[in-house]
Design a protein around this ligand. Structure first.
Ligand code: PLP
Ligand code: COI
Length: 356
């Protein structure tokens, strides 16, 4: 695939203080973009200056939320290269989301080439400090000019990039999580397993309410019985109970996180017993009461490993302390160590993009 680069006349000033990057607060100079129509398929790939998209106000993405997205990071590595972490998994998941949302698939090799090209063009935007990276947001939106409810016949795929640090303002400090007793995010047969905007839109009410009470995020329960743990707004969730690492199984209503999969593998490598199964909120409370719930943490590309200091469900407060647990710290160090090339990559998870 030939990818022309249309150069900007106005390069931006890069953020100077990397300790204040936060998550996706500013974007780099360029974006990758291509379009789809039925006649030409995916066509006209190019890199162009980052800027507004010109779409019809009747486009289905704006009315019926026909869109999907991904999230992955480019890292500066200790051998002087820039690399991506498991980008093929993001490309595969993009196509699983595409299938669910009636969006035409994009060849995985083309997605990889798009990611690698934008990272190479924007390599100077990959920040240097520990804990930072260039976050990539590949996205597909449905375009059109009629308001009938049906799958669109035109789409835009783009990748924007943001130099980013910690997702939570507290950095690696343990977060406070509200276990949501009323609202639900996803049901069996719904779109919870796809990475699509509507899942996030419908989570905002509970998240905003929880924020007013000092929580960082919401932990969702299953949509049928309001009983089984699902996932947090922007991350999968794991618990250390009685020496075992336990996380909800993938049953279609939660996202199949790439960090989740990596952490489960790292746990198996270390000999930590792993269970992927239904966990009721009451099991969690009982385990806490008898001292068997020793750690809880979230996993995600943006969140990396996010230790959970407190879980609150109705009148139950599960206080796990202000210190990062041993397994959470091990997972954070090992994962980021592999991503930055400081630790051996036994599973071939990283992909070199270019020299820094
Ligand atoms: N769950 C949700 C709802 C998410 O938005 C994310 C973030 O991508 C995750 C889980 C974690 O997925 P991953 O580890 O692939 O980033
Ligand atoms: C990611 O971790 O890449 C995500 O997409 C989470 C995002 C919704 C903040």
């Amino acid at each position: 695939m030939n990818i022309p680069i249309i150069r900007t006349q106005k390069p931006k000033v890069k953020p100077q203080d990397e300790s204040k990057l936060g998550f996706c607060k500013s974007f780099s100079d360029y974006m990758f973009i291509m379009e789809y129509n039925e006649k030409d398929g995916w066509h006209s790939p190019r890199v162009q200056p980052y800027g507004p998209l010109n779409i019809d106000p009747a486009s289905p993405v704006l009315h019926y939320a026909q869109e999907i997205f991904e999230g992955l990071k480019a890292y500066r590595r200790s051998d002087g290269t820039i690399g991506l972490f498991r980008p093929l998994e993001n490309a595969r998941r993009m196509n699983r989301s595409a299938e669910r949302m009636c969006i035409p698939p994009i060849d995985e090799e083309i997605q990889l080439q798009a990611m690698k090209t934008i990272v190479e063009v924007e390599k100077d935007w990959v920040p240097k400090s520990p804990g930072t990276s260039l976050y990539l947001r590949p996205t597909v939106i449905a375009e059109g000019n009629t308001l009938g409810v049906h799958a669109a016949d035109r789409y835009i795929y783009f990748i924007i990039c943001s130099p980013s640090g910690a997702y939570y303002e507290s950095g690696l400090k343990p977060v406070r999580i509200h276990i949501e007793p009323n609202y639900v995010r996803s049901v069996k047969g719904g779109t919870g397993g796809a990475k699509t905007g509507g899942n996030y839109a419908c989570s905002l009410r509970a998240a905003e309410d929880a924020k007013k009470h000092g929580f960082d995020q919401v932990l969702w329960l299953d949509g049928k019985r309001n009983r089984y743990i699902e996932e947090v707004g922007a991350m999968n969730v794991m618990f250390m109970i009685d020496g075992k690492l336990i996380t909800p199984q993938l049953s279609g209503s939660i996202l199949a996180g790439i960090t989740r999969d990596s952490v489960l593998q790292l746990a198996r490598d270390r000999g930590i017993p792993v269970e992927e199964r239904a966990i009721s909120v009451y099991e969690l409370i009982d385990a806490y009461k008898v001292g068997k719930l020793t750690e809880a943490f979230g996993t995600g590309t943006a969140a990396v490993i996010s230790p959970i200091g407190e879980l609150v469900f109705k009148d139950n407060v599960l206080n796990l302390g202000e210190d990062i647990g041993e397994v959470s710290q091990y997972m954070y160090d090992t994962l980021t160590g592999i991503q930055c090339g400081k630790l051996p990559d036994a599973h071939n998870w990283t992909m070199e993009v270019c020299k820094a």
